[in-house]
Design a protein around this ligand. Structure first.
Ligand SMILES: Nc1ncnc2c1ncn2[C@@H]1O[C@H](COP(=O)(O)OP(=O)(O)OP(=O)(O)O)[C@@H](O)[C@H]1O
Ligand SMILES: O=P(O)(O)OC[C@H]1O[C@H](OP(=O)(O)OP(=O)(O)O)[C@H](O)[C@@H]1O
Ligand SMILES: O=C(O)c1cccnc1
Length: 480
Protein backbone atom coordinates (compact mmCIF):
# COMPACT_ATOMS: atom_id res chain seq x y z
CA UNK A 1 0.00 0.00 0.00
CA UNK A 2 2.65 2.54 1.02
CA UNK A 3 4.62 1.90 -2.17
CA UNK A 4 1.57 2.89 -4.21
CA UNK A 5 0.61 6.45 -5.14
CA UNK A 6 4.12 7.77 -4.61
CA UNK A 7 3.45 10.20 -7.45
CA UNK A 8 1.20 12.03 -4.98
CA UNK A 9 3.88 11.85 -2.29
CA UNK A 10 4.42 15.56 -2.70
CA UNK A 11 3.21 18.83 -1.22
CA UNK A 12 0.13 20.24 -2.84
CA UNK A 13 1.87 23.50 -3.63
CA UNK A 14 4.08 21.67 -6.12
CA UNK A 15 1.02 20.61 -8.07
CA UNK A 16 -0.46 24.08 -7.91
CA UNK A 17 2.76 25.57 -9.27
CA UNK A 18 2.74 22.96 -12.04
CA UNK A 19 -0.84 23.86 -12.81
CA UNK A 20 -0.12 27.60 -12.96
CA UNK A 21 2.92 26.92 -15.21
CA UNK A 22 0.77 24.79 -17.44
CA UNK A 23 -1.96 27.48 -17.62
CA UNK A 24 0.64 30.02 -18.74
CA UNK A 25 2.45 27.65 -21.05
CA UNK A 26 5.72 28.00 -19.09
CA UNK A 27 5.77 24.40 -17.88
CA UNK A 28 8.34 23.34 -20.49
CA UNK A 29 10.88 25.93 -19.38
CA UNK A 30 13.97 24.11 -18.17
CA UNK A 31 15.37 24.60 -14.71
CA UNK A 32 18.22 23.42 -12.53
CA UNK A 33 17.76 22.66 -8.84
CA UNK A 34 20.39 21.80 -6.24
CA UNK A 35 19.83 19.66 -3.18
CA UNK A 36 22.09 20.56 -0.26
CA UNK A 37 22.00 20.97 3.51
CA UNK A 38 23.33 23.85 5.56
CA UNK A 39 24.26 22.31 8.88
CA UNK A 40 25.83 19.01 9.87
CA UNK A 41 23.80 16.90 12.30
CA UNK A 42 25.01 15.63 15.71
CA UNK A 43 27.90 18.13 15.68
CA UNK A 44 29.60 15.67 13.32
CA UNK A 45 32.35 16.68 10.89
CA UNK A 46 30.68 15.06 7.87
CA UNK A 47 27.42 13.52 6.72
CA UNK A 48 26.94 10.34 4.71
CA UNK A 49 24.95 10.43 1.47
CA UNK A 50 22.06 7.97 1.43
CA UNK A 51 18.67 7.68 -0.19
CA UNK A 52 19.70 7.46 -3.84
CA UNK A 53 18.37 3.94 -4.35
CA UNK A 54 14.98 5.08 -3.10
CA UNK A 55 15.14 8.12 -5.39
CA UNK A 56 15.86 5.86 -8.37
CA UNK A 57 13.04 3.44 -7.52
CA UNK A 58 10.73 6.43 -7.18
CA UNK A 59 11.73 8.03 -10.48
CA UNK A 60 11.43 4.68 -12.27
CA UNK A 61 7.79 4.42 -11.18
CA UNK A 62 6.80 8.04 -11.54
CA UNK A 63 3.31 7.83 -13.09
CA UNK A 64 -0.08 9.23 -12.19
CA UNK A 65 -2.51 6.31 -11.88
CA UNK A 66 -6.18 6.60 -12.77
CA UNK A 67 -6.92 6.71 -9.07
CA UNK A 68 -4.43 9.54 -8.55
CA UNK A 69 -6.02 11.56 -11.35
CA UNK A 70 -9.53 10.91 -10.01
CA UNK A 71 -8.38 12.12 -6.59
CA UNK A 72 -6.88 15.29 -8.07
CA UNK A 73 -10.07 15.94 -10.01
CA UNK A 74 -11.88 16.26 -6.68
CA UNK A 75 -9.58 18.95 -5.27
CA UNK A 76 -10.90 22.43 -4.51
CA UNK A 77 -8.62 23.90 -7.20
CA UNK A 78 -10.85 22.42 -9.90
CA UNK A 79 -7.91 21.66 -12.15
CA UNK A 80 -8.75 21.75 -15.89
CA UNK A 81 -9.46 18.34 -17.35
CA UNK A 82 -6.83 18.99 -20.00
CA UNK A 83 -4.24 19.48 -17.24
CA UNK A 84 -5.25 16.23 -15.62
CA UNK A 85 -4.98 14.54 -19.01
CA UNK A 86 -1.48 15.98 -19.38
CA UNK A 87 -0.60 14.44 -16.01
CA UNK A 88 -1.53 11.02 -17.37
CA UNK A 89 1.35 11.35 -19.82
CA UNK A 90 3.78 12.46 -17.11
CA UNK A 91 7.24 10.91 -17.30
CA UNK A 92 10.57 12.19 -15.98
CA UNK A 93 12.79 13.22 -18.91
CA UNK A 94 15.44 15.12 -17.02
CA UNK A 95 19.01 14.69 -15.80
CA UNK A 96 19.96 13.82 -12.23
CA UNK A 97 23.51 13.96 -10.93
CA UNK A 98 24.14 12.83 -7.38
CA UNK A 99 26.72 12.10 -4.71
CA UNK A 100 26.43 8.32 -4.61
CA UNK A 101 25.40 6.54 -1.41
CA UNK A 102 28.18 6.14 1.12
CA UNK A 103 29.94 9.34 -0.02
CA UNK A 104 31.00 11.80 2.63
CA UNK A 105 29.12 15.04 2.06
CA UNK A 106 29.40 18.51 3.57
CA UNK A 107 27.25 21.60 4.12
CA UNK A 108 26.46 23.95 1.28
CA UNK A 109 27.57 21.74 -1.57
CA UNK A 110 25.15 20.25 -4.08
CA UNK A 111 24.59 16.59 -3.29
CA UNK A 112 22.03 16.18 -6.07
CA UNK A 113 21.54 18.30 -9.16
CA UNK A 114 18.24 18.01 -11.00
CA UNK A 115 17.87 19.46 -14.48
CA UNK A 116 14.47 19.10 -16.12
CA UNK A 117 11.43 21.04 -17.25
CA UNK A 118 10.13 23.06 -14.34
CA UNK A 119 7.01 20.89 -14.52
CA UNK A 120 8.99 17.72 -13.86
CA UNK A 121 11.58 19.17 -11.52
CA UNK A 122 9.06 20.81 -9.23
CA UNK A 123 6.88 17.84 -8.41
CA UNK A 124 9.75 15.58 -7.30
CA UNK A 125 11.19 18.02 -4.74
CA UNK A 126 9.24 16.84 -1.73
CA UNK A 127 9.81 13.12 -2.18
CA UNK A 128 13.51 13.52 -2.95
CA UNK A 129 14.05 15.61 0.17
CA UNK A 130 12.01 13.18 2.23
CA UNK A 131 14.13 10.20 1.12
CA UNK A 132 17.53 11.84 1.13
CA UNK A 133 17.14 13.81 4.37
CA UNK A 134 16.01 10.85 6.43
CA UNK A 135 18.36 8.25 5.05
CA UNK A 136 21.42 10.51 5.09
CA UNK A 137 20.61 11.44 8.69
CA UNK A 138 20.41 7.80 9.84
CA UNK A 139 23.50 6.84 7.82
CA UNK A 140 25.39 9.69 9.53
CA UNK A 141 24.21 8.63 12.99
CA UNK A 142 25.17 5.04 12.19
CA UNK A 143 28.60 6.19 10.96
CA UNK A 144 29.19 7.84 14.34
CA UNK A 145 28.30 4.59 16.09
CA UNK A 146 30.52 2.59 13.73
CA UNK A 147 33.37 4.96 14.49
CA UNK A 148 33.33 4.21 18.22
CA UNK A 149 33.04 0.43 17.77
CA UNK A 150 34.86 -0.24 14.49
CA UNK A 151 35.75 -3.83 15.31
CA UNK A 152 32.55 -4.91 17.05
CA UNK A 153 29.42 -6.44 15.58
CA UNK A 154 26.71 -3.80 15.17
CA UNK A 155 23.07 -4.79 14.83
CA UNK A 156 20.18 -2.51 13.98
CA UNK A 157 17.21 -3.22 16.30
CA UNK A 158 15.05 -0.13 15.78
CA UNK A 159 11.88 -1.17 13.94
CA UNK A 160 9.56 -1.09 16.95
CA UNK A 161 10.52 2.50 17.72
CA UNK A 162 10.93 3.80 14.16
CA UNK A 163 8.76 6.57 12.74
CA UNK A 164 6.60 3.94 10.95
CA UNK A 165 7.37 1.18 8.50
CA UNK A 166 9.25 2.95 5.70
CA UNK A 167 11.59 4.57 8.18
CA UNK A 168 12.26 1.17 9.75
CA UNK A 169 13.36 -0.54 6.58
CA UNK A 170 15.19 2.32 4.87
CA UNK A 171 16.77 3.23 8.20
CA UNK A 172 18.01 -0.34 8.63
CA UNK A 173 19.51 -0.15 5.15
CA UNK A 174 21.10 3.24 5.90
CA UNK A 175 22.82 1.70 8.94
CA UNK A 176 24.14 -1.19 6.87
CA UNK A 177 25.64 1.03 4.16
CA UNK A 178 28.07 2.41 6.73
CA UNK A 179 29.05 -0.96 8.13
CA UNK A 180 26.35 -2.25 10.46
CA UNK A 181 26.44 -6.03 10.15
CA UNK A 182 22.74 -6.78 10.19
CA UNK A 183 19.24 -5.84 11.16
CA UNK A 184 16.49 -7.51 13.15
CA UNK A 185 13.95 -6.50 10.46
CA UNK A 186 13.32 -9.47 8.19
CA UNK A 187 11.60 -7.38 5.53
CA UNK A 188 14.53 -4.99 5.27
CA UNK A 189 16.86 -7.99 5.09
CA UNK A 190 14.86 -9.52 2.26
CA UNK A 191 14.37 -6.32 0.28
CA UNK A 192 17.98 -5.14 0.50
CA UNK A 193 19.87 -8.38 0.87
CA UNK A 194 21.00 -7.60 4.43
CA UNK A 195 21.92 -10.06 7.18
CA UNK A 196 18.87 -10.73 9.37
CA UNK A 197 19.91 -11.27 13.01
CA UNK A 198 18.07 -11.86 16.24
CA UNK A 199 18.21 -13.16 19.79
CA UNK A 200 15.03 -13.65 21.84
CA UNK A 201 12.80 -11.50 24.04
CA UNK A 202 12.03 -11.54 27.77
CA UNK A 203 8.64 -13.07 26.94
CA UNK A 204 10.37 -16.31 25.92
CA UNK A 205 11.80 -16.61 29.41
CA UNK A 206 8.67 -15.43 31.20
CA UNK A 207 6.39 -17.90 29.45
CA UNK A 208 8.37 -20.85 30.77
CA UNK A 209 8.20 -22.20 34.33
CA UNK A 210 11.89 -21.41 34.77
CA UNK A 211 14.66 -19.49 33.05
CA UNK A 212 16.73 -22.67 32.79
CA UNK A 213 13.95 -24.45 30.98
CA UNK A 214 13.46 -21.47 28.70
CA UNK A 215 17.14 -21.42 27.72
CA UNK A 216 17.35 -25.18 27.22
CA UNK A 217 14.25 -25.31 25.08
CA UNK A 218 15.32 -22.36 22.94
CA UNK A 219 18.76 -23.83 22.34
CA UNK A 220 17.23 -27.20 21.59
CA UNK A 221 14.80 -25.86 19.00
CA UNK A 222 17.14 -23.63 17.11
CA UNK A 223 20.24 -24.72 15.27
CA UNK A 224 23.75 -23.85 16.38
CA UNK A 225 24.81 -20.43 17.52
CA UNK A 226 21.99 -19.13 19.69
CA UNK A 227 22.11 -16.02 21.86
CA UNK A 228 20.36 -16.11 25.24
CA UNK A 229 18.93 -13.03 26.97
CA UNK A 230 20.13 -13.25 30.56
CA UNK A 231 18.58 -10.29 32.36
CA UNK A 232 14.93 -11.29 32.87
CA UNK A 233 15.39 -11.99 36.60
CA UNK A 234 18.84 -11.62 38.09
CA UNK A 235 21.60 -11.38 35.52
CA UNK A 236 24.58 -12.56 37.56
CA UNK A 237 22.87 -14.84 40.04
CA UNK A 238 20.46 -16.54 37.61
CA UNK A 239 20.80 -15.51 33.96
CA UNK A 240 24.48 -16.08 33.30
CA UNK A 241 24.74 -19.33 35.34
CA UNK A 242 21.66 -20.68 33.55
CA UNK A 243 23.17 -19.79 30.18
CA UNK A 244 26.39 -21.55 31.21
CA UNK A 245 24.38 -24.61 32.14
CA UNK A 246 22.67 -24.59 28.75
CA UNK A 247 26.03 -24.16 27.02
CA UNK A 248 27.34 -27.28 28.78
CA UNK A 249 24.32 -29.27 27.66
CA UNK A 250 24.82 -28.00 24.12
CA UNK A 251 28.51 -28.94 24.17
CA UNK A 252 27.59 -32.49 25.12
CA UNK A 253 25.58 -32.60 21.88
CA UNK A 254 28.33 -31.01 19.78
CA UNK A 255 26.52 -27.66 19.62
CA UNK A 256 27.59 -24.35 21.08
CA UNK A 257 26.22 -21.24 22.69
CA UNK A 258 27.15 -18.22 20.63
CA UNK A 259 26.41 -15.35 23.00
CA UNK A 260 24.47 -13.93 25.90
CA UNK A 261 22.61 -10.62 25.73
CA UNK A 262 22.46 -7.99 28.48
CA UNK A 263 19.54 -5.58 28.16
CA UNK A 264 19.40 -3.64 31.44
CA UNK A 265 21.35 -2.43 34.43
CA UNK A 266 24.96 -1.31 34.48
CA UNK A 267 26.20 -2.78 31.23
CA UNK A 268 29.89 -2.17 32.01
CA UNK A 269 29.77 -3.86 35.38
CA UNK A 270 27.51 -6.69 34.28
CA UNK A 271 29.54 -7.42 31.15
CA UNK A 272 32.79 -7.63 33.13
CA UNK A 273 31.26 -9.92 35.71
CA UNK A 274 29.53 -12.03 33.06
CA UNK A 275 32.79 -12.31 31.09
CA UNK A 276 34.54 -13.66 34.15
CA UNK A 277 31.77 -16.17 34.84
CA UNK A 278 31.87 -17.37 31.23
CA UNK A 279 35.67 -17.57 31.15
CA UNK A 280 35.80 -19.42 34.47
CA UNK A 281 33.28 -21.89 33.07
CA UNK A 282 35.61 -22.58 30.11
CA UNK A 283 33.48 -20.61 27.69
CA UNK A 284 35.82 -17.84 26.49
CA UNK A 285 34.30 -17.99 23.00
CA UNK A 286 30.80 -17.12 24.16
CA UNK A 287 30.31 -13.48 23.20
CA UNK A 288 28.45 -10.73 25.03
CA UNK A 289 25.81 -8.67 23.25
CA UNK A 290 24.43 -5.50 24.85
CA UNK A 291 21.30 -3.50 24.14
CA UNK A 292 19.18 -0.89 25.95
CA UNK A 293 18.94 2.64 24.63
CA UNK A 294 22.46 2.66 23.27
CA UNK A 295 24.12 5.22 21.07
CA UNK A 296 27.68 6.29 20.26
CA UNK A 297 28.03 8.33 23.46
CA UNK A 298 27.00 5.51 25.78
CA UNK A 299 29.18 3.04 23.85
CA UNK A 300 32.22 5.30 24.32
CA UNK A 301 31.41 5.54 28.04
CA UNK A 302 31.02 1.79 28.35
CA UNK A 303 34.30 1.16 26.57
CA UNK A 304 36.05 3.68 28.81
CA UNK A 305 34.74 1.73 31.80
CA UNK A 306 36.30 -1.44 30.40
CA UNK A 307 33.02 -3.08 29.38
CA UNK A 308 33.55 -6.52 27.85
CA UNK A 309 30.95 -6.20 25.12
CA UNK A 310 31.53 -7.73 21.69
CA UNK A 311 28.34 -6.82 19.95
CA UNK A 312 25.81 -4.01 20.18
CA UNK A 313 22.09 -4.04 19.41
CA UNK A 314 21.03 -0.48 18.69
CA UNK A 315 17.46 0.63 18.15
CA UNK A 316 15.62 3.77 19.18
CA UNK A 317 18.40 6.32 19.24
CA UNK A 318 19.70 5.26 15.83
CA UNK A 319 16.50 4.79 13.86
CA UNK A 320 14.96 8.03 15.17
CA UNK A 321 18.25 9.95 15.13
CA UNK A 322 17.09 10.89 18.61
CA UNK A 323 19.53 13.71 19.37
CA UNK A 324 19.03 15.45 16.01
CA UNK A 325 15.84 14.21 14.45
CA UNK A 326 15.98 15.95 11.06
CA UNK A 327 18.51 16.84 8.41
CA UNK A 328 17.62 20.17 6.87
CA UNK A 329 18.34 19.36 3.23
CA UNK A 330 16.76 21.83 0.79
CA UNK A 331 15.96 21.86 -2.94
CA UNK A 332 16.71 25.22 -4.48
CA UNK A 333 16.34 26.66 -7.97
CA UNK A 334 19.78 27.75 -9.18
CA UNK A 335 19.30 28.31 -12.93
CA UNK A 336 16.44 28.85 -15.37
CA UNK A 337 16.30 28.60 -19.12
CA UNK A 338 16.15 32.01 -20.75
CA UNK A 339 16.45 32.42 -24.54
CA UNK A 340 17.96 28.99 -24.97
CA UNK A 341 20.62 29.25 -22.27
CA UNK A 342 20.75 28.92 -18.50
CA UNK A 343 20.52 32.09 -16.47
CA UNK A 344 21.80 31.69 -12.91
CA UNK A 345 19.34 32.69 -10.21
CA UNK A 346 19.85 33.51 -6.55
CA UNK A 347 17.69 33.60 -3.45
CA UNK A 348 18.55 36.51 -1.18
CA UNK A 349 17.96 36.30 2.54
CA UNK A 350 18.55 38.46 5.59
CA UNK A 351 20.24 35.38 6.97
CA UNK A 352 23.53 35.11 4.99
CA UNK A 353 23.52 31.32 5.44
CA UNK A 354 20.31 31.14 3.44
CA UNK A 355 21.61 33.00 0.37
CA UNK A 356 21.85 30.38 -2.37
CA UNK A 357 24.82 29.71 -4.65
CA UNK A 358 23.61 30.43 -8.18
CA UNK A 359 24.13 28.56 -11.43
CA UNK A 360 24.50 25.04 -12.75
CA UNK A 361 27.55 23.72 -10.98
CA UNK A 362 29.90 20.82 -10.49
CA UNK A 363 31.63 19.74 -7.31
CA UNK A 364 35.13 18.31 -7.25
CA UNK A 365 36.85 16.69 -4.33
CA UNK A 366 40.46 17.87 -4.37
CA UNK A 367 42.82 15.09 -3.34
CA UNK A 368 46.36 16.07 -2.44
CA UNK A 369 48.66 13.62 -4.22
CA UNK A 370 51.37 13.93 -1.56
CA UNK A 371 49.14 13.02 1.37
CA UNK A 372 46.41 11.10 -0.44
CA UNK A 373 43.90 13.10 1.62
CA UNK A 374 41.04 15.34 0.58
CA UNK A 375 41.98 19.04 0.87
CA UNK A 376 38.58 20.59 0.16
CA UNK A 377 35.51 20.29 -2.02
CA UNK A 378 35.64 22.79 -4.83
CA UNK A 379 32.44 24.04 -6.44
CA UNK A 380 32.75 25.38 -9.97
CA UNK A 381 30.47 26.69 -12.69
CA UNK A 382 29.39 23.91 -14.99
CA UNK A 383 31.54 25.20 -17.85
CA UNK A 384 34.73 25.35 -15.75
CA UNK A 385 36.70 22.23 -16.56
CA UNK A 386 38.82 20.93 -13.73
CA UNK A 387 39.38 17.39 -14.86
CA UNK A 388 42.84 16.94 -16.44
CA UNK A 389 43.85 20.40 -15.30
CA UNK A 390 47.41 20.80 -14.06
CA UNK A 391 46.94 24.42 -12.97
CA UNK A 392 47.65 25.13 -9.29
CA UNK A 393 44.44 25.76 -7.36
CA UNK A 394 43.92 28.60 -4.93
CA UNK A 395 41.68 27.49 -2.11
CA UNK A 396 40.43 30.12 0.28
CA UNK A 397 38.82 29.70 3.63
CA UNK A 398 35.17 30.60 2.94
CA UNK A 399 34.71 32.20 6.36
CA UNK A 400 37.97 34.17 5.99
CA UNK A 401 38.30 34.64 2.20
CA UNK A 402 41.58 36.54 2.57
CA UNK A 403 43.26 33.35 3.79
CA UNK A 404 44.28 31.48 0.65
CA UNK A 405 46.10 28.23 0.19
CA UNK A 406 47.71 26.96 -3.00
CA UNK A 407 47.43 23.28 -3.97
CA UNK A 408 49.74 22.13 -6.72
CA UNK A 409 49.88 18.38 -6.69
CA UNK A 410 46.35 17.19 -6.77
CA UNK A 411 43.78 15.06 -8.50
CA UNK A 412 40.12 15.81 -8.67
CA UNK A 413 37.20 13.46 -8.16
CA UNK A 414 33.75 14.64 -9.28
CA UNK A 415 31.32 14.31 -6.38
CA UNK A 416 28.23 14.34 -8.56
CA UNK A 417 27.88 11.32 -10.82
CA UNK A 418 25.37 10.91 -13.65
CA UNK A 419 22.30 8.97 -12.51
CA UNK A 420 19.72 10.01 -15.13
CA UNK A 421 20.33 11.48 -18.55
CA UNK A 422 17.27 12.66 -20.41
CA UNK A 423 15.07 10.48 -18.28
CA UNK A 424 17.19 7.35 -18.82
CA UNK A 425 18.76 5.64 -15.84
CA UNK A 426 22.50 5.53 -16.59
CA UNK A 427 23.64 4.34 -13.16
CA UNK A 428 23.77 0.78 -11.96
CA UNK A 429 22.61 0.62 -8.37
CA UNK A 430 25.30 -0.99 -6.20
CA UNK A 431 24.55 -3.58 -3.54
CA UNK A 432 24.62 -2.58 0.12
CA UNK A 433 27.91 -4.48 0.52
CA UNK A 434 29.44 -2.53 -2.35
CA UNK A 435 28.23 0.74 -0.85
CA UNK A 436 29.69 -0.20 2.54
CA UNK A 437 33.07 -0.93 0.90
CA UNK A 438 32.94 2.38 -0.97
CA UNK A 439 32.04 4.22 2.24
CA UNK A 440 35.09 2.72 3.93
CA UNK A 441 37.32 4.00 1.12
CA UNK A 442 35.70 7.41 1.41
CA UNK A 443 36.57 7.59 5.12
CA UNK A 444 40.20 6.85 4.28
CA UNK A 445 40.33 10.02 2.16
CA UNK A 446 39.81 12.25 5.20
CA UNK A 447 42.01 13.27 8.10
CA UNK A 448 41.05 11.92 11.53
CA UNK A 449 40.58 15.54 12.61
CA UNK A 450 37.59 15.84 10.26
CA UNK A 451 36.22 12.45 11.23
CA UNK A 452 36.37 12.70 15.02
CA UNK A 453 33.01 12.69 16.70
CA UNK A 454 33.55 15.58 19.11
CA UNK A 455 34.46 19.09 17.90
CA UNK A 456 35.79 17.96 14.52
CA UNK A 457 37.85 20.26 12.30
CA UNK A 458 35.77 21.92 9.63
CA UNK A 459 36.30 20.51 6.15
CA UNK A 460 36.29 23.28 3.58
CA UNK A 461 33.81 23.63 0.78
CA UNK A 462 35.18 26.32 -1.50
CA UNK A 463 33.71 28.24 -4.45
CA UNK A 464 35.81 28.84 -7.57
CA UNK A 465 36.68 32.49 -8.24
CA UNK A 466 34.24 32.56 -11.12
CA UNK A 467 31.41 31.27 -8.97
CA UNK A 468 32.35 33.51 -6.06
CA UNK A 469 32.25 36.55 -8.37
CA UNK A 470 28.94 35.52 -9.91
CA UNK A 471 27.39 35.15 -6.48
CA UNK A 472 28.71 38.57 -5.42
CA UNK A 473 27.47 40.13 -8.64
CA UNK A 474 23.96 38.72 -8.22
CA UNK A 475 23.82 39.80 -4.58
CA UNK A 476 24.87 43.33 -5.66
CA UNK A 477 22.27 43.39 -8.43
CA UNK A 478 19.53 42.47 -6.02
CA UNK A 479 20.62 44.88 -3.34
CA UNK A 480 20.33 47.74 -5.86
N1 LIG B 1 27.90 1.64 32.86
C1 LIG B 1 27.12 2.48 32.23
N2 LIG B 1 27.54 3.73 32.00
C2 LIG B 1 26.75 4.61 31.35
N3 LIG B 1 25.54 4.32 30.87
C3 LIG B 1 25.07 3.07 31.06
C4 LIG B 1 25.83 2.10 31.74
N4 LIG B 1 25.10 0.97 31.77
C5 LIG B 1 23.94 1.21 31.12
N5 LIG B 1 23.92 2.48 30.68
C6 LIG B 1 22.86 3.15 29.92
O1 LIG B 1 22.07 3.86 30.84
C7 LIG B 1 20.72 3.84 30.48
C8 LIG B 1 20.00 3.13 31.59
O2 LIG B 1 18.66 3.34 31.42
P1 LIG B 1 17.57 2.74 32.37
O3 LIG B 1 17.84 3.19 33.75
O4 LIG B 1 16.26 3.03 31.74
O5 LIG B 1 17.90 1.22 32.20
P2 LIG B 1 17.78 0.06 33.21
O6 LIG B 1 18.33 0.39 34.53
O7 LIG B 1 18.37 -1.08 32.54
O8 LIG B 1 16.22 -0.10 33.29
P3 LIG B 1 15.26 -0.95 32.37
O9 LIG B 1 15.16 -2.28 33.06
O10 LIG B 1 13.99 -0.15 32.42
O11 LIG B 1 15.80 -1.05 30.98
C9 LIG B 1 20.64 3.09 29.16
O12 LIG B 1 20.69 4.01 28.10
C10 LIG B 1 21.90 2.25 29.20
O13 LIG B 1 22.39 1.95 27.87
O1 LIG C 1 16.83 -0.02 23.37
P1 LIG C 1 16.90 0.11 21.89
O2 LIG C 1 18.17 0.73 21.42
O3 LIG C 1 15.68 0.78 21.32
O4 LIG C 1 16.96 -1.39 21.29
C1 LIG C 1 15.87 -2.20 21.09
C2 LIG C 1 15.23 -2.59 22.38
O5 LIG C 1 14.08 -3.28 22.04
C3 LIG C 1 13.89 -4.33 22.95
O6 LIG C 1 13.32 -3.81 24.09
P2 LIG C 1 11.78 -3.87 24.40
O7 LIG C 1 10.95 -3.49 23.23
O8 LIG C 1 11.49 -5.20 24.98
O9 LIG C 1 11.57 -2.75 25.49
P3 LIG C 1 12.43 -2.28 26.72
O10 LIG C 1 13.76 -2.97 26.72
O11 LIG C 1 12.55 -0.82 26.50
O12 LIG C 1 11.64 -2.62 27.91
C4 LIG C 1 15.32 -4.78 23.22
O13 LIG C 1 15.39 -5.53 24.37
C5 LIG C 1 16.09 -3.50 23.25
O14 LIG C 1 16.22 -3.03 24.55
O1 LIG D 1 16.89 -9.80 18.33
C1 LIG D 1 16.88 -9.06 19.32
O2 LIG D 1 17.49 -9.30 20.35
C2 LIG D 1 16.06 -7.79 19.26
C3 LIG D 1 15.39 -7.39 18.18
C4 LIG D 1 14.67 -6.23 18.18
C5 LIG D 1 14.64 -5.46 19.29
N1 LIG D 1 15.30 -5.85 20.38
C6 LIG D 1 16.01 -7.00 20.39
Amino acid sequence: MTEQHLMLHTDKYQLNMMYAHWKHGTHVQKAVFDVYFRKLPFGNGFAVAAGLERVVRYIENLRFSDEDIAFLAKQEENYDLAFLEELRQFRFHGDIYAAVEGSLIFPNEPILRIEASIFEAQIIETAILNFVNYQSLVATKAARIKQVAPHDILLEFGTRRAQEADAAIWGARAACIVGFHGTSNLRAAMLFDLEAKGTHAHAWVQIHPSEQEAFDRYAEALPDDVTLLVDTYDTLRDGVPHAIETAKKLAAKGKRLKAIRLDSGDLAYLSKRARKLLDDAGLPDVKIVASNDLDENIIVELKAQGARIDSWGIGTKLITAADNPALGGVYKLVAKETDGHYEPVIKISGNPEKITTPGKKNVYRIINLLTGKAEADYIVMHDEQLENSAEPLMLYDPTHPFIRRKVENYRVVPLLRPIYKQGQLVYELPTVKEIAAYHKQQLELFWPETLRKLNPEKYHVVLSDKLWNLRKELINQHSK
